[in-house]
Design a protein around this ligand. Structure first.
Ligand code: GAL
Length: 839
């Protein structure tokens, strides 16, 4: 009896152990339930999409071969005032994690609570700055108390919901702090003391899963230090018993208003990942896998765009970006095939040439190899295990059995999708406007003060806007009033922008940039004899999120403010009495919400006799378009402001043009932002995501605040669709071709190259714009026939593909029943049109 009881106990214990097991690690990898794993992860930040999008995003991530979803936790949205918490809607962290778990993926919870992330104030609540005696991210008691409080709150919340893997939940890893290394080095002993404290505080929370610190070489044990960057293959952890982990493999880059859009070619990203894994890296995370949208006033910076698309494998709107997504999916498959060998031994390095080498893993009957070519100009033929392999420049071939190449990072066979913003047919109607009262006296100034005040200390970031107003007396005898030149007003600001009003008229605007927020407004202004009112509307456009003690950076008009050109010489306005008012009247009246709109008298807008007026609120109604394509507002005809739909903030808009040089993508070669840019000379961001779930079937309320003046009649609601798909590849996929000719026939993976095309959900291929089997050239959207072309190319592809959701064609002479140019390596290029399936 006793024996049976003991046995039952043992069985239950063993079962429990295997289900609820702490996560550990060794030098090879994280160990979950006793198992080492190569873990593929992707960042999806929950507040940058809507809960209605989460499931789809996570399913797409899973289908893309991901094991883990990584997210930061955004303190400032969760605790907008001390002790007042918000975990609702987009901020429902528990729901997000449970959605990940339901789809069978793990979570890396990067609590921070400093997160950087191009997020307002790096994730810190603005009130934190005003806690007496505080100094951020250093050995400072008030800061440590607050940081511990929030970290503990999140950990307890996760524990209460049993979300740590040690409790049977999906969280396998957490992060404390974020990229502290540089800060520690600049702060010296207090930095060191702080990071030791942070590690100890985190570990003592007993989550049962490891903690990591990214870009902090001095991460105290047992915290794992991890790498962030475009490449991390030279990274080694600070202790031999820690696994090699890459928490931010940058899939693209973020965008600043006024700058072009950065892209990262997928062959280079795949190359970077393969370089990391071939040397023993067992965890990598794409930052971002889905970037999403900086709704509301969440973007940091300043001047980070509302779109946080990041050129990620899933685009801002939640649609798959090809060929990025597909090529990485194939890479993941290839890496997973290597897993048994990867964990049977450590990497063995073999040189194959000057810039070519191999890393092999061999043991327990398994063998996997990675063959790399770091040459940027040419393909190189190498010999590995007595076989020949041709390695394209700047690439890695993956051989999960040490023989067959199943993937090469430079050879992209995935289709390219071309997205378009198309009209929805939904009409914005019943336009009305409300002119912001420039007298600013309506609610009285918040305060008056002699001299100029720092902006955030007045607004506490409750609004982007702060009015600085003062009056000056001008003698009627001033020369400029009698035929002379108008005086010049100079306004020196620490950031981020200003709209200048003199006697209620807009005299001009000026802006800083993300790199240098300071700027000077200088312009001749119209003044009159007697009292003149100078009203400066200072703009904050996202608080800084990065840099040592970024919390100490000033915003607003700190002067000097002066008038030049008066008879008695320069006149310093900085020392006058200024009155301050936080926000616009329309904000105080909640004009952006359905409940607030009736608080003012709106005037009808005649769309044709359109007058550009600054500081104007507009409203209109529209019905939701049919279908399920993602939606956006086309704001090209406007200048700068904010938009709300049914009371939800779409974010800041600004159609400032992208300055810079856009050249053809530079690949192969080491990537850095600037290598691959698009959109020069066009508005950095023209389209603003409108989540479908924010709409009702009819009478959706659109409210916008235009700061400068634009043409509302040209604002439209558009839908994002995959309008074309392209594919282009050589006959006999060269990877496999290599085998056919050079592997002495041992390959088991030999087959004809197939070219696959697939339209989006609910779409089918309606036409073929281009098809050529021969020597076509060009890229998706501008393919051209070459000297060799099979005359029936178009006809054959039409037969196979038109009317289908997806189709597959063989890239071979047999398929076209002709060889248009014998002894020439041929390619098949296709551009197909995707349209909604007829009902
Ligand atoms: C990293 C940082 C991230 C993000 C990224 C750039 O250094 O850890 O939070 O800011 O840079 O997108």
């Amino acid at each position: 009896m006793v024996v049976i009881k003991l046995l039952t106990f043992l069985i239950v214990f063993i079962q429990l152990k295997s289900i609820y097991c702490i996560v550990t690690y060794d030098h090879k990898s994280l160990i979950i339930n006793g198992q080492r794993r190569i873990l593929i992860s992707g960042s999806i930040h929950y507040p940058r999409s809507t809960p209605e999008m989460w499931d789809d995003l996570i399913v797409k991530a899973k289908n893309g071969g991901l094991d883990v979803i990584d997210t930061y936790v955004f303190w400032n949205v969760h605790e907008p005032s001390p002790g007042i918490y918000d975990f609702s809607g987009r901020y429902d962290l528990v729901r997000f994690i449970k959605t990940v778990a339901r789809n069978g993926l793990y979570v890396n919870l990067r609590i921070g609570p400093y997160v950087c992330a191009e997020w307002n104030f790096g994730g810190f609540p603005v009130w934190l700055k005003y806690v007496p005696g505080i100094s951020f991210r250093t050995d400072n008691e008030p800061f440590k108390v607050a940081m511990q409080g929030f970290t503990q709150k999140i950990v307890e919340m996760m524990k209460a919901e049993k979300l740590f893997e040690s409790q049977g939940g999906p969280i396998i890893l957490s992060q404390i702090e974020n990229e502290y290394g540089a800060q520690r080095r600049s702060l010296g002993p207090s930095g060191k003391a702080y990071i030791n404290w942070a590690a100890k505080m985190a570990v003592e929370l007993n989550t049962g899963v490891p903690w990591s610190m990214c870009k902090e070489d001095d991460a105290p044990d047992p915290v794992i230090n991890t790498c962030n960057g475009f490449y991390c293959d030279t990274f080694t952890p600070n202790k031999p018993n820690k696994p090699t982990m890459w928490t931010e493999a940058w899939s693209g880059w973020f965008t600043d208003f006024g700058a072009p859009i950065e892209q990262r070619p997928v062959p280079d990203l795949a190359f970077a990942v393969a370089r990391f894994v071939q040397k023993g890296g067992s965890f990598f995370n794409y930052y971002m896998y889905h970037g999403g949208t900086n709704f509301g006033r969440t973007s940091g910076g300043p001047f980070i765009t509302t779109s946080y698309d990041y050129d990620a494998p899933i685009d801002e709107y939640g649609l798959i970006r090809e060929p990025k997504y597909g090529h990485l999916t194939e890479l993941h498959r290839a890496i997973k095939l290597c897993e048994p060998a990867f964990f049977s031994s450590d990497a063995k390095y073999v040189s194959l040439g000057k810039k070519q080498n191999a890393y092999t893993y061999e043991g327990n009957g398994n063998c996997a190899a990675f063959l790399s070519n770091f040459e940027t100009a040419s393909a190189v033929r190498v010999v590995f295990n007595n076989r020949h392999y041709k390695l394209p420049p700047w690439s890695i071939s993956i051989l999960p059995d040490c023989k067959n190449v199943v993937f090469n990072t430079a050879k992209v066979v995935t289709q390219t999708s071309r997205m378009q913003m198309l009209p929805t047919g939904s009409i914005l109607q019943s336009w009305e406007s409300y002119h912001e009262d420039l007298s600013t006296s309506e609610n009285g100034p918040l305060l008056t003060s002699v001299g100029l005040l720092e902006q955030i200390s007045v607004t506490r970031d409750a609004s982007d806007y702060l009015w600085y107003s003062t009056s000056i007396e001008i003698s009627p005898l001033e020369t400029f009033l009698h035929g002379g030149k108008n005086p010049t007003l100079t306004v020196n600001s620490k950031g981020h922008g200003v709209h200048v009003f003199v006697n209620g008229r807009h005299s001009g605007s000026a802006y800083g940039s993300r790199k240098d927020t300071r700027f000077t407004f200088r312009k001749r202004v119209n003044l009159r004899g007697g009292t003149n009112k100078i009203a400066l509307l200072s703009l904050a456009a996202g608080l800084p999120n990065v840099g040592t003690h970024f919390e100490l950076r000033d915003t607003g008009i700190l002067g000097p403010v002066s008038l030049n050109g008066l008879d008695h010489g320069p006149f310093d306005l900085s020392r006058l009495t200024w009155s301050y008012k936080v926000g616009l009247n329309g904000e105080t009246k909640n004009l952006n919400s359905p409940n607030g709109i009736s608080t003012v008298e709106w005037s009808q807008v005649a769309l044709l006799d359109h007058v550009k007026q600054p500081l104007k609120w507009y409203k209109a109604y529209f019905d939701a378009p049919e279908g399920n394509e993602p939606l956006a507002l086309d704001m090209k005809s406007m200048v700068r402001g904010q938009v709300w739909i049914n009371g939800q903030s779409i974010g800041r808009y600004w159609t400032v043009r992208a300055n810079g040089t856009c050249s053809v993508c530079r690949y192969p070669g080491a990537f850095r932002p600037g290598n691959c840019r698009r959109g020069c000379g066009k508005p950095t961001q023209r389209w603003y995501h409108v989540p479908r779930s924010w709409l009702k079937p009819t009478r959706n309320l659109l409210v916008l605040l235009e700061e400068v003046g634009g043409n509302i009649s040209r604002i439209s609601l558009v839908k994002r669709v995959q309008a074309h798909v392209c594919a282009s590849t050589f006959e006999h996929h060269p990877v496999i071709d290599n085998w056919q000719t050079e592997s002495s026939g041992e390959s088991t993976m030999l087959h004809d190259t197939k070219l696959r095309l697939r339209c989006g959900l609910g779409q089918s291929i309606s036409a073929i714009n281009f098809a050529s089997f021969g020597t076509p050239f060009g890229v998706c959207g501008s393919f051209q026939q070459g000297t060799c072309h099979a005359l029936n190319s178009l006809e054959r592809i039409e037969e196979t593909c038109v009317g289908q959701e997806a189709c597959e064609v063989l890239v071979s002479n047999d398929y076209f029943a002709t060889d248009p140019c014998p002894n020439v390596l041929k390619r098949l290029s296709i551009e197909a049109v995707c349209s909604n399936k007829p009902n």
